[in-house]
Design a protein around this ligand. Structure first.
Ligand code: PLP
Ligand code: COI
Length: 360
């Protein structure tokens, strides 16, 4: 057990505004073990190194899942999580799909809160542009060889201060390249946040980046026609008729950020919203604004997409023409301001989305 921390929020002297999305070792991580049908209480550990049996099913057969959420410091010093119950739900779904024991919402939240509380000095101060990324994970451990579930599991939560996921800070446009590789099959595991989905995406991301894009954009695996999602974010599109649409697909991750933005667009901006299949080529000329959203990505406007051997500018009039990085559309700007305002406690909400972590 590591000693209780008494330092103040943001006590570590990091250059908060210059952080990227990289692992930074913090002081403590939460760990609970599942053995013989039950979870241990859990404890805080000092070491970031996990001693693992070489036969662990997490290593061979990817019996593991993970989550991602952020703790943010509000202007008044409160530490806020955004809808962590949805991350707990999603981890429960993934555990069921991969025959892993369920981490109850209570254990999930206890682990997340304990990791945040113990690392208060690593929480970036309000207004720094950075936040504390929280990475819960559930992995199958212990000796095993055949293809069967592990008999022991670890639920671990570590944290790391992070800046923007894409290089530019704040609301800056990105580009995507349609992948020639599929991410997920309709009845596969695409809707679960499991490591197996991401290893397969590494090469697709590399190909997209060689093309000059930030990330891969996946189309549906059956017809290569409908938008699924980007490598680490869901997709939102503002259409010429003023509506906000997002792909309906069984193969995409049910993003907490996307579900929240769709709600805010309807409730606060009075937009017509729909979740439906979006045919990239047939509808592209009607795209007025496009964005990629997620915990790490926040909301990043997309200004161009590579497909059919060419770059296609999203609404070239607005974005200043093919290849321009100039344009951030008004709807993406408003949605970004609303979302981040709520997440940082600047804009009030009555949905119950904000979960305060009490530090003492
Ligand atoms: N899609 C994928 C593949 C992701 O990895 C993520 C990140 O978590 C998202 C979408 C966005 O989900 P969320 O908003 O819950 O972070
Ligand atoms: C997140 O946004 O939290 C994710 O897990 C995406 C990951 C690829 C960094």
């Amino acid at each position: 057990m590591v000693a209780e921390m008494n330092g103040k929020i943001g006590g570590k002297s990091l250059h908060w505004a210059e952080l990227g999305f990289e692992y930074i070792r913090t002081d403590a991580r939460f760990s609970a073990r599942w053995r013989e049908g039950e979870w241990s209480e859990g404890e805080l550990l000092a070491s970031e190194i996990m001693p693992l049996h070489e036969g662990s099913p997490a290593l061979h057969y990817a019996q593991q899942c993970f989550e991602g959420l952020k703790a943010q410091c509000a202007r008044d010093g409160r530490v806020l999580l955004f809808r962590p119950e949805l991350n707990a739900d999603r981890m429960r779904e993934a555990a069921g799909r991969l025959l892993m024991p369920v981490v109850s919402e209570a254990l999930f939240l206890r682990g997340v809160e304990a990791a945040v509380q113990a690392n208060r000095e690593w929480i970036p101060p309000f207004g720094s542009g950075a936040s504390l990324y929280v990475r819960p994970m559930l992995i199958g451990v212990g000796d095993n060889l055949g293809l069967r579930p592990a008999r022991e599991f670890e639920f671990r939560v570590f944290v790391s201060p992070v800046g923007p996921y894409y290089k530019q800070a704040g609301l800056a446009p990105i580009s995507l390249a349609v992948s020639e590789m599929d991410r997920a099959a309709p009845r596969g595991t695409g809707s679960f946040k499991i490591g197996a989905n991401y290893a397969g995406g590494l090469l697709a991301t590399q190909c997209a980046q060689r093309q000059g894009a930030n990330e891969a954009l996946y189309l549906d695996a059956v017809e290569q026609r409908y938008i699924d999602e980007a490598g680490s974010a869901n997709i939102l599109v503002v259409l010429r008729d003023g509506s906000l649409v997002t792909p309906a697909s069984a193969a995409v991750l049910p993003s907490v950020t996307r579900r929240s933005i769709m709600r805010l667009a309807a409730d606060r901006l009075g937009m017509v919203t729909a979740e439906r299949p979006i045919d990239l080529r047939a509808e592209f000329d009607d795209f007025v604004e496009m964005g990629a959203c997620g915990t790490a990505a926040v909301l990043s406007p997309i200004n161009r997409i590579w497909f059919d051997d060419a770059w296609h500018a999203v609404n070239p009039g607005q974005s200043g023409g093919k290849g321009s990085d100039a344009g951030v559309g008004p709807v993406m700007q408003e949605l970004y301001d609303l979302l981040t305002g709520i997440q940082q406690g600047e804009i009030s909400e009555n949905y119950g989305w904000i979960h305060e972590v009490h530090l003492s």
